[in-house]
Structure formats: structure tokens, C-alpha cells
Design a protein around this ligand. Sequence first.
Ligand SMILES: [Zn+2]
Length: 500
Amino acid sequence: MSKLSRQAFLRTGTAAGLATLLPAVARTPAHAQDGSELLLTDAIVLTMDTNRRAFQSGYVWIKNGRIADVGAMTNLGPVPNEVTRRSMTGHLVMPGLINCHTHLSNGIMRGIYDEMPLEVWFSKGMWPVLDALDGAAAEPAAELSILELMTTGVTTCATGEMATANPDVPDGVSTALERTGMRAVLSRITMDSADDTSSSQFIPEAYRETPESAINEVLRLQKRFNSSRLMIVPEALGVLRCTEEMVRAMHQLSLDTSSHFVMHAASSQDERDESRRRFGHGSISELEQLGVLGPKTLLAHGVWLDDDEVELVAKRQTGISHNPVSNAYYASGVARLPEMIDAGVRVGLGTDGASTNNSQNVWETMKMSVLIQKQWREQPSFGSAELALELMTIGGARALHLEDEIGSLETGKKADLIAVDTQRVALSPSQTLVSNLVYSNDPLAVRDVYIDGERLVQNGKHHALDHGAVIDNARSAAATVLSRTGLDSYINERSTWTWE
Ligand SMILES: [Zn+2]
């Protein structure tokens, strides 16, 4: 990365007005706002602030759910008696991780799609699953995903949820998000294209809806679920899977409701080629022509970008979620991460859903974001563990246009942070701790997770979720969905081993 681009990445920017992005609906737990103060002391602290300050022995002071102060223990002044002190000796404290792209309702679909041939994908993998995965299955599926994400340090995620043919899927996922307390941008996905010239982009009639229906559903969900932690936003699935009318309608809705606008874009070579055939240019260029790139737009994937499209997303301050493990799972190409960083693109990292990854392991995603580039470019000097951690924290906040509120430990920001046990085998010896965190990662080293200063995961246990019950409910939901789709027999038949 050039020095100039490094500076560009360090710029935190102030594009978005957070007052509009985070509507002040009072659903935040009362005790996060009740004036209580908490002081975490004696921790290794990574701030991810503009100067990337880190403290060998530091403190984080939390008041009213926000960070009041961060610094070295040697600079800690008098502490009033009413402040609760918590020693974090043996732990590292850093900003909560930000997963810029997943599909929480796919939590029960992991393992199904491994090496699935394309003809099976369309006949059994995609449309029948959309039929079978309803709100009742989506809720336990989302809980499974959230449990994996939160107990491994994720405090914010962006999740896309398909709502045709089952409009209650986003309701199930939102209910799970409310229960678990995770911060999230939930995009309700719609699609309506009747263009059948490309089998991979074709949408059967049963899964199409009108812009009017999509608008009404987003507004309904916003009214029911929008809060200080959960933002419901519109998503047009893709520029080939939606009509121009639908893309424009969803973008206009995002403007009208001061919310994000989300799309999947430049996800595969097939999409790039089909886009060039239909429009004469790539899908990012088409989005520019439609006028929907901008400072509240988040694009998932962004693998196949031309040089001018990289410049375009940087100029428009559009966020990109780079999903390296998912891209590798589907052999959909290697994203131009170094070029995007050099151009100053707001790029964060995402796992994608459990049906295309298959885990929700953000530590693996961090590691692979760097390793895949090293391998593909035959350039072992590319990147660093520091870069990977930056992409998953402040980079993700910039991609989600929330960098004024989350992504780093700085005075005034929301107290979304995690504590990592530095005594774990995989993180030892500790002289290269930052490298160990990424390249020798141990997701379960995350012990405590705070959102708005509220400790939602303590010593690896989620405060509102019973691990055993989450797994039982997810198994039951998965069995229902698999039997409805016939995928249960597909799984049994694909193994070449003899099972007794
Ligand atoms: Zn996706």
C-alpha cells in the first residue's frame, strides 16, 4: 500500500449525519443510559483511532453507554468512588468487530451447498429454500448465526434478508436481533426482473414483487423494529435481478427514510459479462448511471470492478463489503482489495451467510482477506495483521457509514468493545500478539462483549441465549427446511463414504 493510500485509509471521514442514521427510538436498555460509569483497567488496549494509539497497560472509561476516556494507566487520574472498576489483567480490549455482510437467516443452511453443481443449485438450492425458509425457521436460524458472531466478538453486522416468497423472514430475524441486543443494519431484499436471457440471473415469477409492495414492507418493518441498535433498510438484490424501476424505487426509499441503500454488486464474472452485454459496461457503472451510488450505499462483494469503477466507488463514498471466504467458496474471483484501499474506498469485511462460507468466523475472514491477496498476487509482503484488524473495525464502520459512532475506542463514541484473553495457546507467545490475533486466531479467546457499554457476553456466555436451546431450535428448524426442499436426501446421497 502506498503511503498516500495509507493516509486515505486512515481518514475516518464525516460523510454521514449520524443523527439521521441512528434514529433515537428508546429501545436501548435503560441501564446503558442511566448515568452509571464503568472503568476497565490494566488491559492491553487497541484504540483503532486515527493515530492507531495502542497501550501496553491502559484503561477504557465508559459512561452512559459511551466512551468517556481511553488512555495509559500511568495517565489515569483520580477515580470517584461511584465508578465501578473492573480489572482486565491478562486481556486485550479493542473495538467490537463489524461484519459488513451476512445473511443471518441462513444460519441453518451451512454445509448444504458444498461443491453443489449449478443445476442442483437452481433446482434445489435457491428457489425451494426461499419457499421453505419462513419466519418461523428464520428466527432460530438467526439466533444460531448471532450466537456465533457475538461470542466471537462481533458487535455490529449488516444482514440481507430475502423476503419473497416469505415476507415474515425479516420479522423473524429482527426478533432474534432484538432479543440478543446486537447492533445491526438489516436490509430487506427484493427482486423483480422478468429478463430470462441469463439463467443465473433469472427470477421466477413467484419470487418477484412490485416496487409498491417492497416499499410498504420496508416501511412496515421500520415502524415495527427500527431502534437505536437496529436499522431496517431497503435492498434491491442486484442490477440484473431487479428492474431499473425497482432499483430507483428502493434508492428513493432510502433517501426518504434517511437509511442505507444496499445491493449485491459485481459479485461474479458471470454478472460482469452479462452486465456488459445488457448495458455495455459493468454493474457498478450501471448503478452510477441510475444515480444510486452515494454516501449511504453499501455494496456486497464488489469483486469485478474495472479501474474506473474502483475510482467511482471511492469518489461516491460508497461502502464495499469484501467477503474473501465466501468469494473463495464459490470461486467467484479475487477482489481488488489493494486497489480499493489505495483509492480510498470505504471497504470493510464480511463473512456472507452460513450457506456460502460456511462459518460466521470473522477471524478467519480477517486472515483470509490478507492471505488470498498474498497468494493470488504472489506477493508475500502484501498487507498485515494490523490492516486486517483495521478492516474489521474502523474499516467496517466506514463501509457502513457509521464511523462517527463505532469502529474505534475514542471519547464520545458508543462503547462497543470486546475483551480478548491473551493467555490462550494460539495467542502465545505474546511478543507478536497482534499478528497472533489474526494469523493464529482463536475466536473463542473473546471472553466479554459490550454494546452501548452493556456486557452482553460474559466469559464467553451470551446473557440472553441458552447455547443448548439455540442449537436444539436450529436443528429442528433445519430439519423442517431440509425436508420441505428435499435437500435432506441430497445431502445423504452426495457422500462417497459408507455410513453405518
Ligand atoms: Zn450475500
